[in-house]
Design a binder for this molecule. Structure first.
Ligand SMILES: *[C@@H]1O[C@H](CO)[C@@H](O)[C@H](O)[C@H]1NC(C)=O
Ligand SMILES: *[C@@H]1O[C@H](CO)[C@@H](O)[C@H](O)[C@H]1NC(C)=O
Length: 302
């Protein structure tokens, strides 16, 4: 054997050990290494997925960033009954309220945003709970859900929708009628959602944090492969470059109350609007919350 081959061989072994062992804890899951496990995500078949796009990037036009640097990770946006606001929950667990001149503290919650571990692992311990405020009783409506997130009531209150984050679906839970107490798939989304919000017309806006791709499909259905990738000593940034989320593109979609896709709006390069966690329609505008951004983006509807 030549000396060169031996050197290459030894280098390969060192590299393999380095990758498997990750001695400097560079991998994105190193902080929860001990408990970190990955589970299969039952993604819809690739053929069932509509890879719709907004070719014109309509979110770029008519959008602006507001409150830049004044809010960190404004996750959700809300307005109160008399149109005051926005109210938003920020990264340190405060809920703040814009009084027209300045941000004021409105309420405090605990700050627990270790959601990445849940997303990476495909953990299915999510539950749907009902709380009865008169009896103070909590009932479990559904369990074994993968990252259920966001919930929105239909206009006639006969059902509500919630997001199945890691599967990329909207699920409908019936409250009235003969199907009351049962649930069904409402829509297969073109990506992975964070939150769903209804507007005055009873349509549903969904914030999509990452578009579906062959890469996300393979990572979902092959949990061992996903674990292998996540345990490599490479940073979040590199993962984002691989899965093309580094530009922090924004995407929101609108569905009718019957589950028909009505609208798709994107800023695929993150020029103005970036990674959206929630979209709230108010006063002819869309207000975008984002756990990752230091601003609130606003888009004027045409
Ligand atoms: C809450 O509990 C009371 C007493 O059992 C019941 O009458 C009421 O319908 C419950 N509310 C809801 C929303 O389930
Ligand atoms: C892409 O990678 C980033 C960083 O690892 C992660 O936050 C995001 O969830 C990934 N998206 C998908 C769909 O894998």
């Amino acid at each position: 054997m030549s000396i060169v081959r031996v050197k290459v061989g030894i280098s390969m072994i060192i590299l393999a050990v380095y990758c498997a062992w990750d001695p400097f804890e560079h991998s994105v899951v190193s902080e929860y290494r001990k408990e970190f496990e990955t589970y299969k995500v039952e993604l819809p078949a690739w053929s069932e997925v509509r890879t719709v796009r907004d070719g014109e990037n309509r979110l770029v036009r008519g959008s602006e960033r507001r409150f830049v640097g004044e809010v960190q990770g404004p996750e959700s946006i809300a307005f109160d009954g008399v149109g005051r606001g926005p109210y938003t929950g920020v990264a340190d667990g405060r809920v703040v309220f814009w009084n027209g001149h300045a941000w004021t503290d409105f309420a405090y919650t605990s700050s627990d945003r270790n959601f990445l571990q849940v997303i990476f692992s495909g953990d299915n311990s999510g539950r749907l709970l009902k709380y009865n405020s008169s009896t103070k009783e909590t009932t479990v409506l559904m369990k074994n859900l993968q990252f259920p997130n966001g919930l929105s009531m239909s206009k006639d209150k006969s059902f509500f929708l919630f997001c199945e984050g890691t599967i990329g679906r909207l699920r409908r839970y019936w409250l009235k009628g003969e199907k009351a107490g049962t649930s069904e798939v409402f829509a297969i989304l073109p990506g992975f959602p964070d939150n769903v919000r209804t507007n005055d017309k009873g349509e549903f806006w969904v914030a999509i944090h990452t578009r579906r791709s062959m890469y996300t499909y393979i990572c979902g259905v092959f949990p061992r492969f996903r674990k292998f990738l996540l345990k490599l000593p490479i940073s979040l940034r590199v993962h984002q470059i691989i899965n093309r989320s580094y530009k922090q593109p924004a995407m929101v979609v609108k569905y009718s109350s019957e589950g028909e896709l009505l609208e798709i709006l994107e800023d695929s390069e993150g020029q103005v609007v970036r990674t959206v966690s929630e979209v709230e329609e108010n006063d002819g505008k869309l207000w975008f919350g984002s756990v990752l951004m230091p601003f609130i983006a606003v888009h004027k509807l045409e």
